[in-house]
Design a protein around this ligand. Structure first.
Ligand code: NAD
Length: 481
């Protein structure tokens, strides 16, 4: 590329320790002669408190859409309801589907129980329970919709394999809970198996997330690249960063088809703000991921290796400082000064990094969807009802039927309570009445059924159609059914 041509990026200084660590990071990038220009936008607490519930001004989107590269310091989300998470909004608005979090230990220079850890967590970033579709349905029950799409799975899983291939990593592990969520997490696992088969040189494994998480916390050196749906990835990437040494050390990239955001994984640590004590390493390593994304791989290597040299030389901020191990406790600015002083040096004890071109930036395609033959065989009608037992509800709902639909079962929080429920099952005021037939029906028949239920005075919360896709049932059974 033409090194005289500078690349514009959007920068936000954020809240709390944000401005200090951003200043330190940009000083290092400038000293390394990264050919960048900055458009500064305002986000975070001040914008929230001015009454903007998204925490970002509308004009800031213009800058993001222009530069398509965002280096972001942490922000403070004000306490209390009504404020939307800016991170979730940015990821979704810009289609940043892949969150990449390398979690590396730097033993013996940074204290950790896991000296050989080098794990990259690749977290799906747009779907799952983070769709933010929540409702209170009854006096006693609220729900959050977990949405998993095939294109979403294909993109994140292919990204994970492409990432592994381009970094010469040997194994990709998938965590899901598909023994329970057979359809949503089941789809993620299935797509992992499908796409994994296209990467024969890479070892593949799947763990149920609970035992997988336990193993990751206990034996992280057994993992390499780990790909997960959104919620598990959110939780486990913090666990992985913390057990590697400190959440203050990990950077993160959020990658989309045409935009990307880079940040530290930690928050704005308001109690440490303004004291020149915060560790800028997380944001700096996020910025290194950005340099790689921008194909400025030589500069990325130079900055990363100078940082490694600084860590092994024992210049440590308070969060990783340890008597007997560290040489000197330094502040944010002094740490940045040391990294700048060490530009051009490579670590002697820790492994030096090398970056290949175009790492983090792949053209990820997902297959176009071929529509299946979809037939409706019934409907789940959800009721808000608190007037008695499952048996009593069953007896009154059973009389609603149409030519093809009759009551198949009632569940309460997913457990079958009618017919033949157990008296021990605790019931809330939230019931699912499943009406099912033996042949495909028109939606009009569901409306006919709902009309009867409604006219009898029942409070219908919602319905879900019961469909077959290409002749196969595409809904879960009731527990106990
Ligand atoms: P936090 O990550 O800000 O702090 C947790 C702990 O880690 C604190 O003890 C802090 O002192 C320490 N710490 C974090 N980063 C450090 C660093 N760079 N150097 C030294 N020590 C560091 O988490 P929190 O206290 O739960 O959240 C504070 C605020 O940050 C909240 O408003 C939260 O919403 C926000 N937050 C923002 C982001 C983001 O913008 N990406 C992410 C997480 C939390």
């Amino acid at each position: 590329m033409d090194m005289n041509k500078k690349i514009p990026i959007t920068v936000a200084y954020g809240d709390g320790i944000g401005p200090e660590i951003m200043e330190a990071t940009l000083r290092i990038l400038e000293a390394a002669q990264a050919p960048l220009t900055y458009e500064v936008i305002e986000i975070g607490e001040k914008v929230y408190l001015e009454g903007n519930t998204a925490g970002i001004k509308p004009e800031a989107w213009d800058s993001l859409r222009r530069t398509r590269v965002f280096l972001k310091a942490p922000i403070t989300t004000p306490q209390g309801g009504g404020f939307k998470s800016l991170n979730v909004t940015t990821r979704k608005m810009l289609g940043l589907y892949a969150n990449v979090r390398p979690c590396v230990s730097y033993a013996p220079y940074v204290d950790t129980k896991h000296p050989k850890m080098d794990v990259v967590i690749i977290r799906e970033n747009e779907e799952d329970l983070y769709a933010g579709i929540e409702h209170q349905q009854t006096d006693e029950v609220v729900q959050c919709l977990k949405l998993i799409s095939r294109p979403g799975c294909e993109k994140i899983i292919r990204y994970a394999f492409e990432y592994a291939r381009s970094c010469n990593r040997k194994k990709v592990t998938c965590f899901t809970k598909d023994n329970i969520m057979k359809m949503t997490d089941g789809l993620f696992h299935k797509v992992f198996d499908e796409i994994g088969s296209e990467y024969p040189e890479i070892e593949k494994e799947h763990w149920i997330v609970d035992i997988g998480a336990a193993k990751l916390a206990d034996t992280p050196e057994a993992f390499d690249v780990v790909v997960m749906p959104n919620l598990y990835g959110d939780i486990l990437s913090d666990v992985a960063a913390q057990i590697a040494g400190s959440v203050g050390l990990a950077g993160s990239s959020n990658i989309g088809d045409s935009c990307a955001m880079f940040e530290a994984i930690h928050g704005s640590a308001p109690r440490r703000a303004g004291q020149n004590v915060a560790n800028p390493s997380g944001l700096l390593l996020g910025a290194v991921q950005m340099l790689v994304y921008l194909n400025l791989t030589e500069i990325a290597e130079k900055v990363h290796n100078a940082w490694l040299y600084t860590i092994e030389s024992g210049y440590h901020t308070y969060d990783i400082y340890k008597e007997g191990v560290s040489r000197q406790k330094v502040g944010t600015r002094e740490f940045a000064d040391k990294v700048i002083e060490h530009l051009g040096k490579r670590p002697e004890k820790l492994a030096a990094v090398t970056y290949q071109k175009s790492l983090e930036r792949f053209s990820i395609q997902h297959k176009p969807t071929v529509p299946a033959k979809k037939e409706t065989f019934g409907v789940d009608v959800f009721l808000h009802w608190n007037k008695g037992t499952a048996e009593a509800l069953g007896k009154s709902v059973e009389k609603f039927r149409t030519a093809n639909l009759s009551l198949n079962m009632i569940t309460n929080r997913g457990v079958k309570v009618y017919p033949d429920g157990l008296p021990e099952t605790f019931c809330t005021d939230h019931w699912r009445c499943r009406f099912l037939g033996n042949q495909p029906i028109q939606y009009a028949e569901i409306l006919e059924l709902l009309k009867k239920v409604n006219e009898a005075g029942f409070d219908i919360i919602k319905t879900e159609n019961l469909c077959y896709f290409d002749g196969k049932p595409a809904f879960s059974m009731g527990q106990g059914q």
